[in-house]
Design a protein around this ligand. Structure first.
Ligand code: NDP
Length: 253
């Protein structure tokens, strides 16, 4: 029965795979048997992460991309197909945050967050879908956030982008399911990564965040391993259009 979770013969692309959640998910997919391409802007981080994956026994390649740039994203999908022959799993993960009070958010902050988190997800999902439609199979996993579903101060641009990702997930699921493509989203609460390091360093805030969850702790990268392998694998073949909250119970309160 566990064989339905295995990912041998699957080729996965993880955007923002050079660190944090993306790298964690690339490790999980690779350990489950997938070949992986990780993609991000920074050359050094990418090389280091690719090496880390290879040391774990994962067949991995790194490719530079800026997800806000259509040509760059299209080249990335071409690269995956040229190298591995198909694109079976997209983890649409690259993202960022600028936390500010509503009254302080500048237009350039809004543009940067929305361009990366929402336009980036759209461009990458579109390029991947074109390939997956040719194959008549594929899995798209969008990385959302609890703030796509619940309100929280200082998240104006970020929450808008993540709410948009939830809707893209449902729209694409409806449009692509008949072509063998499942589209789902994972919506984590706070996970310890380079992105949240500074925010979680404040002790009072850290304890407040912990107490928002039912489980009573902040998330670790490993908490996302099971969910991403589930959505990437045949174990989820009748699941599409869903937003899975991996949040220690935060949003169920
Ligand atoms: P990190 O900052 O640790 O990693 C972000 C990754 O995205 C890096 O690899 C970065 O590489 C890449 N990236 C950023 N901008 C671009 C771009 N324009 N083009 C290509 N790659 C880019 O973030 P996390 O791992 O914490 O977050 C990953 C995803 O998970 C995001 O979508 C985030 O919103 C989401 N998330 C995170 C949570 C958390 O608590 N950490 C909770 C809920 C959701 P580089 O800068 O070199 O391009």
């Amino acid at each position: 029965m566990l064989s339905m979770f295995r990912l041998e013969n699957k080729n996965a692309l993880v955007t923002g795979g050079s660190k944090g959640i993306g790298l964690g998910m690339a490790k999980a997919l690779g350990k489950a048997g997938a070949k992986v391409v990780i993609a991000s802007r920074g050359k050094e981080d990418l090389e280091k992460a690719t090496e880390e994956l290879r040391e774990l026994g994962v067949e991995a390649k790194g490719k530079r991309v800026d997800v806000t740039d259509k040509n760059s994203v299209e080249e990335l999908v071409e690269f995956v197909v040229d190298e591995y022959g198909s694109l079976d799993v997209l983890v649409n993960n690259a993202g960022m945050n600028i936390r500010k009070k509503l009254v302080d958010v500048e237009e350039k902050d809004w543009d940067q967050v929305l361009d990366t988190n929402l336009k980036g997800i759209f461009l990458t999902g579109q390029a991947a879908a074109r390939q997956m439609i040719k194959q008549q199979s594929g899995k798209i996993i969008n990385i959302s956030s609890i703030f796509g579903g619940v309100g929280s101060s200082y998240q104006t641009s970020y929450a808008a982008s993540k709410g948009g990702i939830n809707q893209l997930t449902r729209v694409w699921a409806d449009e692509l399911s008949s072509q063998g493509i499942c589209v789902n989203a994972i919506a984590p609460a706070y996970i310890k990564t380079p992105m949240t390091q500074g925010w979680l360093a404040d002790e009072e805030r850290y304890h407040q965040i912990k107490s928002q969850t039912m489980i009573g702790r902040v998330g670790e990268l490993e908490d996302l391993y099971g969910p991403v392998v589930f959505f990437a694998s045949d174990a989820s073949s009748y699941v599409t259009g869903q937003i899975l909250y991996v949040d220690g119970g935060w949003t169920a309160k």
